[in-house]
Write a protein that binds this ligand. Structure first.
Ligand code: ACO
Length: 341
């Protein structure tokens, strides 16, 4: 794979308008599923899961708790921090591969739940890369002066599409949501530059076979367990390291900064070994890397949003710090962004 990136403008060159993250919030469900719990469900061990992935536990949404519910809780926390009312939101973008239902969009359900009656709303599907895709889309609407206040959410109920009999995948994923409020602020900080990429040729590395127009739901698709996520772990692993390194290198080049200037690198929280390999290839020091996957597993589109929220809440990231976000997911898709917090 040779990632190509288009549109090489660094956003901090835009005069008089910046796209700031004025609020951030996250939510994870109460229920904790530990590696020891999984030992009772499939043939696995805490030792295997920790050494291969770094994950120790994950959160699982309640039966009657859906992606839009988790999105609403994260969104309300972000709105509170930004001091933004529902009526001020112009646009809602929800990144998810686990919408409440195929349609209407989870973003519309969220709009109703938070009472943002004046907002346009749509979902975007870029799997684990969805949050950076959402940031870039939100930024475009702000920089073009179309909207002043955009809510971007990454939210997933992956437990609903996890095959709990497949040890290759069921140990990896968890549920949760993260949200940000993007606004124009006439200060030189905010989302500096983002890059996005995709390689559809490798779509079969990570996919859900049924439930779409190619293979609508039927008795046979259910019996064949085709409504669950499937993954070629080893190939995904290799592609993730290469794509995340390329995306991060490109975004740093566009910002004309060295990795040493970055206070905190927040990679997609899929696997500790991927995070360490990407960090090493970028020349990042271990203390620059933010890791919380031991608590939540891979929450796909919510992953870097939850991690950024925790990095801010814990004081790892403070106002003025440069943060590098890096993502990778099904599609294949990938991306990176530099934020001046
Ligand atoms: N417990 C015990 N053994 C297991 C388990 C388990 N949970 N899962 C697999 N094994 C076994 C396999 O069956 C295999 O056994 P075999 O050699 O007898 O066939 C053995 O362990 C080794 O399996 P590998 O696939 O070689 O293990 P690997 O070191 O590659 O780790 C993993 C697997 C963790 C899935 C890794 O490949 C990975 O993290 N891949 C990337 C995932 C990722 O980044 N996803 C990001 C995108 S996700 C999204 O977009 C939604």
């Amino acid at each position: 794979m040779s990632p190509k990136f288009k549109n090489p403008r660094a956003r901090h060159n835009f005069v008089g308008r910046t796209c700031s993250i004025t609020g951030i919030g996250s939510y994870v469900p109460e229920k904790i599923l530990t590696n020891h719990d999984l030992e009772k469900m499939v043939e696995t061990s805490d030792e295997w899961i920790v050494t291969r992935t770094g994950i120790r536990q994950r959160r699982i949404a309640a039966k009657d708790e859906f992606t839009s519910d988790m999105a609403a809780k994260a969104a309300q926390r972000a709105m509170k921090m930004a001091g933004v009312t529902a009526g001020q939101i112009d646009l809602i973008v929800v990144a998810t591969i686990t919408p409440d239902m195929p349609f209407p969009a989870t973003a519309c359900l969220l709009q109703h739940k938070i009472g943002a009656t004046g907002a346009a709303a749509f979902d975007l599907e870029a799997a684990c890369s969805g949050f950076i895709y959402g940031l870039e889309i939100g930024q475009q609407f702000i920089m073009s002066r179309t909207y002043d206040t955009v809510l971007v959410v990454g939210a997933e109920k992956l437990s609903a599409i996890t095959d709990w009999t497949d040890r290759n995948t069921c140990v990896l994923f968890g549920d949760g949501a993260g949200a940000v409020i993007l606004q124009n602020r006439e200060r030189s900080h905010g989302l500096l530059t983002a890059v996005m990429g995709a390689d559809g040729e490798k779509g079969d590395l990570l996919f859900m076979p049924a439930g779409g127009s190619r293979c609508p739901a039927s008795k046979s698709t259910v019996n064949a367990r085709m409504h669950y996520l499937r993954m070629e772990g080893k190939e995904t692993f290799k592609n993730a390291i290469q794509a995340m390194k390329s995306a991060a290198t490109e975004v740093l080049r566009r910002c004309e900064i060295d990795i040493s200037r970055i206070k905190c690198v927040i990679p997609h929280q899929a696997n500790r070994r991927i995070i360490d390999a990407v960090g090493e290839r970028l020349g990042a020091k271990p203390e620059q890397l933010f890791v919380n996957l031991e608590k939540y597993g891979n929450t796909s589109a919510a992953s870097v949003a939850i991690a950024l929220d925790e990095a801010v809440a814990s004081g790892r990231v403070t106002r003025g710090d440069l943060v590098l976000l890096i993502v990778f997911g099904a599609g294949l898709t990938w991306g990176a962004a530099v934020i001046e917090w």
